[in-house]
Design a protein around this ligand. Structure first.
Ligand SMILES: Nc1nc2c(ncn2[C@@H]2O[C@H](COP(=O)(O)OP(=O)(O)OP(=O)(O)O)[C@@H](O)[C@H]2O)c(=O)[nH]1
Ligand SMILES: [Mg+2]
Length: 417
């Protein structure tokens, strides 16, 4: 889309008090980046400072009139609210403000997801999330959903199929849920296969645009799309890499997180986010230069918690150090923290050391009973792991050994304790 015919938008937020205006502005900065990623341009911002909340239009009557005036004089055709709106609120706002479509942050994020989804699974997940969230909001407000190019907030893989009828909507949702269940099952089967290979799985997670895909590419020599865009990655990619010690591990790049990430979106992406849940170690990637890192980490930890993966070993990876002052960086050398540049490769060796350290920690002592006709396994174990004791017993050799994930996978069926 050329610069001239980018859709113009007004961004709208509410601060509960004067003290919250700054936080509102930061959130709007991010909303603006989301809007740009979706191909539109922010022409104006409106923040209302207000304690009482108007349930009809969220912002007060006076502000609605102000926005209407702005819209009439500036070529703005889209109003984006930085918080969730109900279907009724959208209707009321569109009635009161002539000539704009009204969407909220969630719908904008879903729109970007729709633009960036490439795999069948990703598209299905976006479509499901849109049907659950956007469709009820768009239905009945005179927008023809089946029209091509309905604009931001109404794009999507399933756009042409969106039914205006609620019954159809429900049927569609349950059919999508069924198909996603199938894909989830396929993923589980693939995962079980990988588990049997016993290779340690490392999940790369973190705020959107932190450099997760760039890191995966650097470590594994792959070429996953990495871009200066929010939500460039939607589909997880898993690649094998060899640590300097010779050990193989699997790295998985995942969809990024963002503040006010709607709960229903996390739910819709459950099948791909499961890759996080089944990781043995999490790399939490942040952009070291971003002043919002504490907020980003908070959001990331919340999503990890929501996924039920809070108890995994975590390594905090501060990325893009090539852009920052090296003096600050070496100051904070901690066991679970590393400063890198995924672009130049700086600090990657240290990251590998930390990973190795976690791998060692994941090792545990096991007792195994190896049948007498499988004796070659015992010498394998001697070669690859630390064997602490061997006894000859009924039915086989009783071996005590310290195993990592891989060993556990390899000898799973012989573990007795
Ligand atoms: N200077 C510099 N830029 C980097 C570094 N790592 C990533 N980038 C840039 O940051 C932008 C985002 O990188 P991605 O790897 O796409 O980030 P991501 O975390 O995968 O982002 P999403 O998939 O959108 O959530 C790209 O323009 C990268 O080139 C780095 O170490 N240094
Ligand atoms: Mg990415």
């Amino acid at each position: 889309m050329s610069e001239e015919n980018r859709e113009l938008a007004v961004l709208i937020s509410i601060a509960a008090s004067g003290a919250e205006v700054e936080e509102c502005e930061r959130s709007l900065d991010e909303l603006e980046r989301l809007l740009n990623t979706a191909g539109a341009e922010a022409k104006a911002r409106v923040i209302q400072v207000k304690e009482a909340f108007d349930p009809r239009t969220c912002i007060g009557k006076g502000k609605v009139a102000e926005v209407a005036e702005l819209v009439a004089s500036s070529g703005i055709t889209l109003a984006v609210f930085d918080f969730e709106l109900s279907p009724a609120q959208i209707r009321n706002l569109e009635n009161d403000i002539d000539g704009v479509r009204v969407i909220d942050r969630s719908m904008l994020i879903l729109d970007i997801f729709a633009l960036h989804a490439t795999s069948g699974e990703g598209k299905l997940q976006v479509e499901l999330a849109q049907l659950r969230y956007s469709a009820p909001r768009l239905i009945g407000k005179g927008v023809e959903l089946s029209r091509q190019g309905g604009g931001i907030g109404s794009r999507g893989p399933g756009e042409s199929k969106l039914e205006t009828d609620r019954r159809h909507l429900r049927e569609k949702i349950s059919s999508l849920e069924g198909r996603i269940k199938e894909l989830e099952h396929n993923r589980a089967v693939m995962r079980a296969k990988r588990d049997r290979s016993g290779i340690t799985k490392i999940g790369i997670v973190g705020y959107t645009n932190a450099g997760k895909s760039t890191l995966l590419n650097k470590i594994t020599g792959s070429d996953v799309l990495s871009e200066d865009k929010l939500f460039a990655t939607l589909d997880p990619t898993t690649r094998k890499a060899e640590l300097p010690t010779g050990e193989s591990v699997l790295f998985t790049d995942t969809v990024g997180f963002i503040r006010k990430l709607p709960h229903h979106l996390v739910k819709a992406f459950k099948s791909t986010l499961d890759e996080v849940v089944y990781s043995d170690i999490l790399l939490i990637v942040s952009d070291v230069n971003d002043p919002e890192v504490p907020e980003h980490l908070k959001v990331t930890e919340e999503v990890i918690e929501e996924l039920g993966a809070a108890d995994k070993p975590k390594i905090y990876v501060y990325n893009k150090c090539d852009l920052s002052d090296a003096a600050d960086i070496s100051a904070a050398d901690r066991e679970d923290t590393v400063f890198i540049s995924a672009k130049t490769g700086m600090g990657i060796d240290r990251l590998f050391e930390l990973i190795k350290h976690e791998l060692d920690r994941l090792k545990k002592a096991y007792k195994l009973l190896i049948p007498y006709d499988k004796q070659s396994l015992v010498s394998d174990m001697y070669n690859n792991f630390v064997v602490t004791n061997v006894e000859y017993a009924d039915g086989g050799v009783l071996v005590e050994a310290v195993l990592d994930e891989r060993g556990r996978g390899l000898y799973r069926s012989y573990i007795v304790e």
